[in-house]
Design a protein around this ligand. Structure first.
Ligand SMILES: [Zn+2]
Length: 194
C-alpha cells in the first residue's frame, strides 16, 4: 500500500510539491487508488481539485467514476493547460485518465509541483498493442512516486498488466466499454494479439 509521504495539514512550501502517478492496465483499480488517496486528503481538510480530459465521456461529465462505482466530483478540461488556470490555491490535484492528455501535461504538472502542490495522476501505461502510452512513460520518469497496479488475467487468473482489445478496431483511443477489453497477463496477451 502507498504511504503518503506528507502528513498533516501544513501547506507544502513553494517549490516543495510532488508528483505521484498510478498506472496499470484496464481493470487494475487505478481510479480506485486515485480516489482513495484523494478522499484521505479531503478528510484531512486539504483543498482538493480533480480533473479529467473531456474526451472521456464514458460515464459522467462531472465525476471521476471508476468501474466499481466509487465516485468523486471532477472538472472535465479540454487542454492540459486548463488545469493550471483552474487549480487555484488548492493543495492536492488529482488527474484521472491522464493518458488522454497531450505532451503539454508534462510541463503542466511540473509547474504545479513547483508551486508546492501535490499532484496525483492515474492512467494507462500501455495501449491495446502493449506499447507505452505517451505521455504516461514521461510522467512516470518525472514523478517522485510511481505505483503500478495490476489486474487479474481474465484468461488464466495470473496477475495482468496488459489491456487486450477484443474488437478489431485500430483506433488508439477506443473509449472502452468494459465489453471491448480484457485484462491479460503477458503470455495470454501475446498469444491472441493479431
Ligand atoms: Zn493469462
Amino acid at each position: 500500500m502507498f504511504i503518503e509521504p506528507r502528513i498533516g495539514r501544513k501547506k507544502l512550501p513553494e517549490g516543495k510539491g510532488q508528483i505521484e502517478i498510478i498506472c496499470g492496465s484496464m481493470f487494475s483499480g487505478k481510479t480506485e487508488e486515485l480516489i482513495r488517496r484523494l478522499n484521505r486528503a479531503i478528510i484531512a481538510k486539504q483543498k482538493v481539485e480533480i480533473f479529467k480530459p473531456s474526451i472521456d465521456k464514458r460515464y459522467d461529465t462531472s465525476e471521476v467514476v471508476s468501474h466499481d462505482d466509487a465516485r468523486i466530483r471532477s472538472t472535465p478540461v479540454n487542454f492540459a493547460e486548463d488545469i493550471l488556470l483552474l487549480s487555484g490555491d488548492c493543495d492536492v490535484i488529482g488527474i484521472d485518465e491522464v493518458q488522454f492528455f497531450d505532451s503539454q501535461i508534462i510541463s503542466v504538472v511540473q509547474k504545479l509541483a513547483r508551486q508546492g502542490k501535490r499532484v496525483i495522476m492515474a492512467g494507462l501505461d500501455m495501449d491495446f498493442k502493449g506499447k507505452p502510452f505517451e505521455p504516461v512513460p514521461q510522467l512516470m520518469a518525472i514523478a517522485e512516486y510511481v505505483t503500478k497496479v495490476h489486474a487479474i488475467c481474465m484468461k488464466c487468473g495470473d496477475l495482468a498488466s496488459f489491456s487486450f482489445r477484443k474488437t478489431s478496431n485500430e483506433e488508439k483511443v477506443l473509449l472502452g466499454e468494459k465489453e471491448s477489453y480484457e485484462a491479460r497477463c503477458r503470455k495470454c496477451f501475446y498469444e491472441d494479439l493479431t
